[in-house]
Design a protein around this ligand. Structure first.
Ligand code: CMC
Length: 371
């Protein structure tokens, strides 16, 4: 066995870049974008402005904000040929598969061979359209074209459901919460891809494929499935006991960095609590009971609800089907993916780690070939 190197399983505790994009304090449960706490940003900013902040490093002045808002609203529409290709996709394709594939196809229309901010803006503008078009095509409904006069979140909900939601600001704030989170798995994957100096479409295709997994962004869909299976508050304890006995992970709990309550989950829970007082918010009572019981079962183990535990309840409130939840995550996280790729490439070095070989070395073809 080659013993010159140590294996850091899951790269735990390994830093792969120096970054000024966001700060995650896993002990205190704090998340800061470019010096601003997420609590400050959700109170005072919006998705477009936060995107500018994350990309450029400072808050925009009025002209700069107008520029980004106008770029994002003008680039929403998809080429007609891509819409026609989407109509040919199997109707049971998972929305994350569709998003990953359409982003890849959009690369063929970009004419760029490297990674640019223009491509980042183009994809940020188009991803909501891909999601909404797929929702409508999958359900045999006519697509609703984007409107330039609407804000990013407003327009997305309009393209999905054909009306302006009175809660679009709340939806917008969930996008701010999901926009960035340090060197998580999909951001790392996108940074690795960027380090080869490839194009933005390849970078984001990589990132979407990585986010899709149930241990990462795909957890939000599984959390809602869990609530559906639990059905009633009375079933929570037996359901969770069965998961623990079978050594299954409880979706929406645990985090590599947060060893306390995820600040994003805290904010989402507060919003849902307020909403619950005036609206019918499905699954909230089940979620509260799951949280209480899991925290009791995992006492002293530092396993708390993460962002994916409460986000699905909100998306479900907006009538977004659970298979689409992770696409909403992608729609926001593209900001972090592209910001990290661009930052890393300013001082690029290709990622090329090692694996330690522990297999045989002296086989002879003629001796081992089976007849
Ligand atoms: N349910 C049950 N046990 C858990 C959970 C959980 N959700 N999370 C961690 N543990 C246990 C795990 O079994 C292990 O126990 P032991 O030391 O006895 O083997 C210990 O806690 C450490 O867990 P780990 O899996 O080694 O931790 P990690 O840092 O490698 O993984 C994680 C982090 C998020 C993948 C993991 O907590 C997990 O699988 N959670 C469920 C999936 C989930 O909610 N993912 C969303 C993550 S946050 C947002 C995002 O990235 O999308």
């Amino acid at each position: 066995m080659d013993v010159d190197f140590d294996v850091k399983h899951g790269l735990e505790g390994v830093a792969v870049a120096i970054s000024s994009i966001s700060y995650v304090d896993g002990k205190k449960g704090e998340l800061v974008y470019r010096g601003f706490s997420i609590e400050d940003l959700i109170k005072n900013s919006n998705f477009e402005e936060t995107a500018y902040l994350i990309w450029f490093g400072s808050l925009p002045n009025e002209n700069e904000l107008d520029f980004i808002v106008s770029m994002l609203s003008k680039k929403r529409e998809l080429p007609e040929k891509i819409i026609n290709i989407m109509r040919l996709f199997p109707k049971n394709s998972h929305p994350m598969e569709v998003l990953r594939s359409v982003v890849s196809i959009l690369g063929m229309y970009s004419g760029e061979n490297n990674s640019t901010l223009e491509d980042a803006i183009n994809l940020t503008a188009k991803i909501p359209t891909v999601i909404a078009y797929w929702y409508r095509i999958k359900n045999n409904m006519p697509i609703i074209h984007p409107r330039e006069d609407l804000k990013h979140s407003e327009n997305f909900l309009y393209m999905m459901f054909g009306e302006i939601s009175q809660y679009s600001e709340l939806f917008d704030k969930t996008l701010i919460l999901h926009a960035e989170q340090g060197m998580n798995a999909s951001t790392f994957a996108s940074t690795v891809t960027a380090s080869t100096l490839t194009d933005t479409y390849s970078i984001i295709t990589t990132a979407i494929g990585t986010l899709k997994g149930p241990l990462h962004g795909g957890a939000n869909e599984r959390v809602l499935k869990m609530f559906e299976e639990i059905k009633s508050v009375d079933n929570v304890e037996s359901y969770i006991n069965a998961l623990i006995e079978n050594k299954n992970k409880i979706m929406g709990f645990g985090h590599r960095i947060y060893k306390t309550y995820d600040p994003r989950a805290k904010v989402l829970k507060e919003w849902i609590k307020e909403l619950f007082l005036k609206e019918n918010v499905e699954y909230f009572e089940i979620a509260l009971k799951v949280e209480e019981y899991v925290l009791k079962k995992f006492e002293n183990r530092k396993i708390y609800p993460n962002v994916d535990f409460y986000s699905g309840i909100l998306y479900n409130f907006f009538n977004i089907p659970k298979e689409f939840f992770t696409t909403i995550f992608a729609m926001a996280r593209i900001i972090g993916w592209t910001a990290h790729s661009m930052e890393y490439c300013k001082n690029n070095r290709i990622f090329r780690p090692r694996s330690i070989y522990n297999g045989p070395k002296n086989f002879k073809y003629k001796e081992y070939k089976r007849s």
